[in-house]
Design a protein around this ligand. Sequence first.
Ligand SMILES: *Cc1c(COP(=O)(O)O)cnc(C)c1O
Length: 438
Amino acid sequence: MGKTFEKSRQLYTEALQYIPGGVNSPVRAFKAVGQHPLFIVSGLGSRLQDVDGNEYIDYVGSWGPLILGHRHPRVIGALQQYLAEAGTGFGAPTRVETELARIINRAFPSMELVRMVNSGTEATMSALRVARAYTGRQKILKFKGCYHGHHDSLLIEAGSGALTIGVPSSPGVPASFAADTITCDFNDLRQVRAVFSQMGQEIAAVIVEPVPGNMGVVLPQPGFLEGLREITRQFGAVLIFDEVMTGFRCTWGGAQHIYNIEPDLTCLGKIIGGGLPVGAYGGKRQIMELVAPLGPVYQAGTLAGNPLAMTAGLVTLQELEKPGTYEKLNHSTQTLAQGLREAAAEAGLPVQLNSFGSMLTCFFTGEKVVNYQSALNADTRAYKHYFQAMLLHGVYLAPSQFEACFVSLAHSQEDLDDTIAAAQEAFREIRAMQGSKR
Ligand SMILES: *Cc1c(COP(=O)(O)O)cnc(C)c1O
């Protein structure tokens, strides 16, 4: 306690002069939690340090990639060695690109051919292009509250009904793109069926986060993903699993392994870059063979497959492949979820703890969260208080109710205990605050 954030405040003021909103990605601005962002100087294991010298237990992990924790010695060592002995990249093939593709293919057998790109956004954008080329169709079906990056085809918010033509959710997205993107509620197969029965022959692809993390963690209901597989197969549409977040996060082989569903294309990112910028898309050979230079679908990148990113990713995956890693991650996450659940119950505060593997969201609502609409029921004022209180207790959470927290292999039992103890206090304060409002 007794933290000051003065140096962060000064750096933020400077940044505002040159960078839109002072940040290079909007959620970092901490707008939803009512304060200015913290400027970070370093990370080590489960810990972050800000410029004011405050230390935090970190549950953001660079938004997911740092599943081994900050500054993992093998990742840093491999990067240092590559830099010293080879360089930063050549724009020509290097062996480590094949090694990363091979290990991805071993974990995700559905990804027969894999193309590396520089971000998750690029991965989903390229996957859509290939799906459209493969089917000769234009339309895309996505789900409300699922995030697939910020390119025009997928930055679309739903109209109210399943059959409503999309409207751009961001100015600058051409209406013609929005018109080709249909949105349905997650976990609602009936809507998907209705859309397909009306225009199934026009739909190139269904893209979905099999376990959404970008509206907070939401689980697919039994039969939902199976239903998507069945409907897309029936209508000849491409099923794209966006596992940029869930890939290597919850198990070796992603959500598609856990739910035993084989999508046609898969998008990856985050963890497979070990903390460096990366994305990848891949899938069935007959679809991926359309990608240039093998086929006519153009997609390229000056820094794609950058050997530093490939090296950090490869070492991260090698660490994750060791026995017991996912058991440990899941156990830590369950310990945390259970501790938070008990703390909330003790405080008399209704919350929903949704978790999948090492992703976790504490929704401040008494009702089950199964889709975007029910996520929006959550009390964002309570979350804001929770975030601020936890920060003062030295716990760094995602600065929004609608994000996942990420547990890493570096989180110790003591970290988890400290986090739960901090939450006990925060929950009591929120309960008191809510009580006084009535
Ligand atoms: C993070 C994320 C993306 C976007 O990846 P970027 O690297 O930020 O472009 C796409 N899809 C999902 C599911 C994500 O979690």
